[in-house]
Design a protein around this ligand. Structure first.
Ligand SMILES: NC(=O)c1ccc[n+]([C@@H]2O[C@H](COP(=O)([O-])OP(=O)(O)OC[C@H]3O[C@@H](n4cnc5c(N)ncnc54)[C@H](OP(=O)(O)O)[C@@H]3O)[C@@H](O)[C@H]2O)c1
Length: 266
């Protein structure tokens, strides 16, 4: 039996790679983008801006028309997301809200729109793409970390709520991988943070450029999609495992000192 998947943010990076890997694994795949971008071969692209209710409704309607009902959907991969660099003080509430709109509320909008069909059918799977920033507060990435911490909490709660209804929910947590992720900067930067912010941004951009290919994340998503009993959390790669280990087992002071030394913060 062919399974049907919807992957958000499938025009580039992890999403394109996940969509391609799901096609290779035998899924019928729908991908999304805010533009009419072409997807990987075999991926049927739909237009979607997760920030907007009406766009989510239109995308779900188009999916239903293409599949003779959203109850045909077996797998939802909430991958679309953006990043933001900037000190907490120099990031306005409006800027923060706009990132939450995509990274958290976008996931909630689409999930809530597709859950009724999964519930009616008594089965389905949802995989959210989180981040190491969902359990570490990287300096000068506070709002991004806030969105991914929020997503982690939301995903864990949802996992418990829908499990008895036959729906599995997982969170995939990558570290830094080679994608063109959009990292917006503060509209009103403050000079006092220039050295720290720019240094951490350089460090992260370098990690991303040297990071492994998005295929590593795609393989984990496919494994979670096909697992008989999927786990709640999947950490991707050595960096993510190491960060999780250190966060859990090192005394907080050591962990904080290690992070400040690595990032060359005073
Ligand atoms: N790269 C990393 O090292 C890394 C590490 C940990 C977690 N992540 C997470 O991985 C996910 C994918 O990021 P990526 O690195 O693959 O970046 P990417 O190449 O920039 O891909 C992001 C995707 O999200 C889509 N998107 C952005 N805003 C959207 C919106 N409002 N509505 C719908 N789609 C939207 C973009 O599609 P369009 O522009 O075509 O609409 C694009 O396809 C994100 O959730 C990110 O936080 C990335």
């Amino acid at each position: 039996m062919t399974h049907t998947a919807l992957v958000t943010g499938a025009s580039s990076g992890f999403g394109a790679s996940i969509a391609e890997a799901l096609v290779a694994a035998g899924f019928r795949v729908f991908g999304t983008s805010r533009t009419a971008a072409a997807g990987a071969p075999g991926v049927h692209m739909l237009r979607l801006d997760v920030d907007r209710d009406e766009s989510v409704a239109a995308c779900v309607a188009e999916l239903a028309a293409s599949t003779a009902g959203t109850e045909q959907l077996d797998l939802l991969v909430n991958n679309a997301g953006r990043a933001m660099v900037g000190a907490a003080e120099e990031t306005s509430a409006a800027e923060a809200r706009s990132l939450f709109e995509t990274n958290l509320f976008g996931v909630m909008r689409l999930t809530s729109a597709l859950l009724p069909a999964m519930r009616a059918r008594g089965r389905g799977r949802i995989i959210n793409v989180g981040s190491v920033s969902g359990f570490v507060g990287l300096p000068f990435h506070g709002v991004y970390a806030a969105t991914k911490h929020a997503l982690a909490g939301y995903t864990e709660a949802l996992h418990h709520e829908v499990r008895a209804l036959g729906i599995d929910v997982s969170l995939v947590e990558p570290a830094a991988h080679r994608t063109g992720i959009v990292m917006s900067r503060p509209i009103a930067p403050r000079g006092v943070y220039d050295r720290g912010r720019d240094g951490v941004e350089r460090y992260i951009r370098d990690l991303i450029e040297r990071g492994s290919a998005p295929g590593q994340v795609a393989r984990v998503v496919v494994a979670a999609a096909q697992a008989r009993h999927p786990r709640l959390r999947y950490r991707v790669g050595a960096q993510a495992w190491l960060a999780a280990w250190a966060r859990r087992w090192l005394p907080e002071r050591w962990f904080a000192a290690y992070m400040r030394r690595t990032l060359q913060l005073g």
